[in-house]
Design a protein around this ligand. Structure first.
Ligand SMILES: *[C@@H]1O[C@H](CO)[C@@H](O)[C@H](O)[C@H]1NC(C)=O
Ligand SMILES: *[C@@H]1O[C@H](CO)[C@@H](O)[C@H](O)[C@H]1NC(C)=O
Ligand SMILES: *[C@@H]1O[C@H](CO)[C@@H](O)[C@H](O)[C@H]1NC(C)=O
Ligand SMILES: *[C@@H]1O[C@H](CO)[C@@H](O)[C@H](O)[C@H]1NC(C)=O
Length: 382
């Protein structure tokens, strides 16, 4: 009975999608841009877009903050009595970091023209937990800075001109954002004592295979998010920490994945490899058959067939590859026929809910065996 109902709803879904996908626009007048593709429903990752300060001939003058009740409040900053531990100095055309009051825990210095971070302003600021220096022109951070602020937990230095990971980072650090700099090499040992780091963002730098060593990520025992997207890697990075949940490698030049690459990563749930050079040849047959994986993104590669994946996978992005056909029986992660067939059981059925296949050489309708295997599928873009 349950099987009957399930099959019926699967068929209904199939018919519904067939109807939607084969529907032709009935407009008589040709519009400028006929809407032929359906927009994906998933939110895109947020693109940080504070404006880059333009290079002026003369730096714009410092913008002063309001008068403050705190005698130690730097004049270019704002010290709010409601938040005595915050120092707000963002977007004030600052070129030299002012002396940071000792009471500061949260320090906002983003969107300025700071080019160097030296230890002097931090001489009494030993309580600082959070520093945002994003979107400046920083090319150097003195090692001694971090000796002054040992309690630091969050360091945001994305959108700057750093050529290397700042030296002497405190071992308590939990989040480190270094995206959009010009880092090309990370020497071994830089992160070795940072056992509390959970997020490491190296997005949009110039890291190549030789810029990362076998032991670069060694010691990052609590790392959960690693973002190496938009670099120039040809190989999957070596020695990524075993606790990883998110691994982002979009926009590199990776063309193959070693067979057991994901074996030592039992918590890995989100893998992004969009915009690489992966083809069927570079993908061992069951490399993505990992039961922890929930979201796999392989858009804009050169795959000709749908890779095998596990029944726990919920989101799969395969748009803009070279896929010509899809065989639901073959890719169904669970037995399709025979006594163990999952067709009748909603609980056991593969968890795939969202599938993107647009930008391939496929056309609707979606094969019936796909619909029958993936009973939880509620959105498919073809
Ligand atoms: C740091 O604190 C000491 C002791 O409170 C004080 O004498 C000194 O002036 C402070 N330094 C700065 C740069 O504020
Ligand atoms: C890491 O976090 C734990 C628990 O919050 C803390 O006890 C420890 O001192 C921190 N630092 C390092 C380096 O482990
Ligand atoms: C995929 O992994 C499951 C265990 O999670 C295993 O039972 C199955 O045989 C694997 N499939 C392939 C094709 O390797
Ligand atoms: C799909 O794959 C199965 C198993 O390999 C095969 O028996 C079947 O003929 C294929 N279906 C199509 C439409 O190619």
């Amino acid at each position: 009975m349950k099987a009957g109902v399930g099959l019926f709803s699967a068929l209904a879904l199939f018919l519904l999608m067939g109807a939607v996908l084969t529907q032709r626009p009935r407009t008589k007048k040709p519009t400028k841009r006929p809407a032929t593709t359906r927009k994906p429903a998933v939110p895109r990752p947020p693109v940080p877009a504070p404006p880059e300060p333009q290079e002026p001939t003369d730096f714009p003058p410092l913008i002063l903050g309001p008068p403050s009740i705190y005698p130690d409040c730097p004049r270019e900053c704002m010290c709010s009595p409601s938040y005595p531990t915050s120092l707000n100095c963002e977007t004030r055309n600052i070129r030299v970091i002012p002396v940071i009051p000792a009471r500061t825990h949260y320090l906002y210095l983003q969107n300025n023209y700071i080019s160097e971070v030296t230890a002097e302003p931090f001489v009494n600021a030993s309580e600082v937990r959070w520093v945002n220096l994003a979107n400046n022109r920083i090319h150097r951070i003195d090692k001694q800075v971090f000796e002054k602020i040992p309690a630091l937990l969050y360091l945001y230095v994305h959108r700057n001109q750093l050529k290397e990971v700042p030296p002497g980072l405190p071992s308590n650090l939990e989040q480190l954002r270094l995206g959009r700099n010009v880092i090309s090499k990370i020497p071994a040992g830089v992160f070795s004592k940072m056992a509390n780091l959970t997020l490491l963002d190296l997005y949009h730098n110039q890291l190549s295979d030789s810029g990362l060593g076998k032991n670069t990520f060694k010691g990052l025992k609590n790392l959960m998010q690693l973002n190496l997207a938009h670099n120039v890697l040809k190989k999957m990075p070596d020695g990524v920490p075993s606790g990883l949940i998110q691994l982002y490698l979009d926009k590199n030049r990776i063309d193959d994945i070693p067979k057991d690459y994901f074996k030592g990563l039992p918590h890995l749930a989100f893998v992004r490899l969009n915009y690489n050079q992966l083809s069927d040849k570079g993908l061992p047959k069951a490399v993505f058959n990992i039961s922890s994986l929930l979201d796999l993104q392989l858009a804009h590669n050169q795959l000709a067939s749908v890779p095998l994946f596990n029944s726990h996978l919920e989101h799969l992005h395969l748009n803009h590859n070279s896929i010509e056909s899809i065989n639901g029986t073959l890719i169904c992660p669970l037995p399709f026929y025979g006594p163990d067939a999952v067709l009748g059981d909603d609980i056991l059925a593969p968890k795939l809910r969202y599938l993107r296949l647009d930008g391939n050489h496929l056309s609707p309708p979606i094969p019936l065996d796909v619909i029958m295997c993936f009973r939880h599928l509620h959105s498919i873009v073809i």
